[in-house]
Ligand binder design. Structure first.
Ligand code: ADP
Length: 402
């Protein structure tokens, strides 16, 4: 069964066509710079070389048309007819409190996604646009929306409520929502499986560490707390985002630097995090290389990141009443063996014992990296949000694997 996964952003559209039963990515691609000059589509069939075509995309409709042409092209295509696609799964960033599960797209669902523009102003409009264009150009194929926030809807009130006047929650929905939910769900399920621990009796901490980073405390398969908040700015320091800071700081900066709230928001999202501290890069590979050569602030940025990670893991161990599995995923989590080693050394008090033989050099591969004696299993699980969206889409539509 062929399932198409769409991740539509403001100026880009990522797609992946999966042969679901065979677990094979038939084609993946990216339409870039939609509505900007030099737009292009890149795509890759199975394990073949990536192909890039320059092409003018005035809007998302143009981009979806280009995707359809490539998927069905006699030269590069992987299907003859669009009717071979049995379902389309769309990534939608913000589902508010409305969506705790994936849903089949309908007029009401689209209206709710529109209502959630308030909380996801950067992503939801582009996500909805992708859905609407696919509805027009691929009419008749069922479409499913899978929300980044949905997995975290199981958080208890004490975990999601901010200590602000209660009417702000009631009237404007100001609360913790959390993000990366599709990844946290997929990775926690895989980790339990790999470790042979029943998911419904497990205490798992997932560290999703990429350009954007978040932790999730997963109890018996359900999210009970996560580090991101109303927006993805909260929690750990990230590549360019500041993470948790004293909430009085924006007002303070507005006074001393004479800048607007908009400018401060931009600075906290784009010029902070490890880039802000180091002054050189948001990329952890650059920082590690610079720190090795003696760049003090690059080392400081890495230390601040690891410290925050350690602090939250301790907090989530308390939330969960102990930890069975600690999981690392995403660009940094999957690849940075130095960070995993240093962190696990510092977490020895939890009964964590890393097996350096398995950790050292491990990049992007599913593996248990703790010793047999370790009280907490430590695992690396490459995240696969597209596969998870496809699984949720197929399961919602009640299709059998074929
Ligand atoms: P995104 O949030 O954009 O999906 P990724 O999950 O791709 O991000 O993660 C990107 C981050 O992963 C970058 O900061 C990059 O430095 C980091 N990364 C990739 N490979 C390595 C590596 N070998 N060691 C350390 N960090 C790495």
């Amino acid at each position: 069964m062929k399932v198409l996964i769409i991740n539509s952003g403001s100026s880009s559209l990522k797609f992946q066509l999966l042969d679901f039963a065979a677990n094979v990515v038939m084609m993946q691609g990216l339409c870039e710079r939609i509505g900007i000059d030099n737009s292009r589509i890149q795509f890759q069939r199975f394990d073949e070389e990536r192909i890039r075509h320059n092409r003018d995309f005035v809007d998302h409709e143009d981009a979806v048309k280009a995707m359809v042409e490539v998927l069905t092209s006699p030269q590069y295509g992987v299907i003859e007819d669009l009717n071979e696609i049995k379902a389309i799964g769309h990534r939608v960033v913000h589902g508010g409190e409305q969506f705790a599960e994936p849903v089949i797209v309908s007029e009401e669902v689209k209206a709710s996604i529109r209502e959630a523009f308030l909380w996801g102003p950067l992503h939801n409009p582009a996500n909805l646009l992708g859905i609407e264009v696919c509805e027009r150009l691929m009419a008749g194929i069922p479409q499913v929306a899978v929300f980044d926030t949905a997995f975290h809807q199981t958080m208890p009130r004490e975990a999601y409520l901010y200590a602000l006047p209660y009417n702000l929650y009631e009237e404007h929905g100001i609360r913790r929502y959390g993000f990366h939910g599709t990844s946290h769900k997929y990775v926690s399920e895989r980790a339990a499986d790999i470790c042979g621990i029943p998911l419904e009796q497990s205490r798992i901490i997932v560290c999703h560490l990429g350009n954007g980073s978040s932790l999730c405390a997963v109890k018996n398969g359900k999210s009970v707390d996560t580090t991101m908040g109303l927006t993805p700015l909260a929690g750990l320091p990230m590549g360019t985002r500041c993470g948790d800071v004293d909430p009085a700081i924006p007002a303070f900066i507005a006074g001393v630097e004479d800048c607007s709230l908009q400018e401060i928001d931009n600075m906290m999202n784009k010029r902070s995090g490890v880039l802000g501290i180091s002054g050189i890069s948001s990329d952890f590979r650059d920082l590690a290389a610079a720190a090795e050569k003696g760049h003090a602030r690059a080392k400081l940025a890495l230390d601040v990141f690891r410290y925050s990670l350690k602090k939250y893991i301790g907090a989530y161990a308390a939330v969960l009443g102990g930890v069975d599995i600690l999981v690392f995923t995403a660009g940094i989590g999957e690849n940075d063996d130095d960070l995993r080693r240093q962190l696990c050394d510092e977490l020895g008090y939890l009964g964590i014992e890393l097996d350096e033989y398995h950790n050292c050099g491990l990049r992007g591969e599913e593996k248990i990296i703790s010793t047999k004696k370790s009280k907490v299993k430590v695992v690396v699980v490459p995240t696969n949000e597209e596969l998870s969206i496809a699984q949720q889409t197929v399961s919602l539509l009640g299709f059998k694997d074929e």
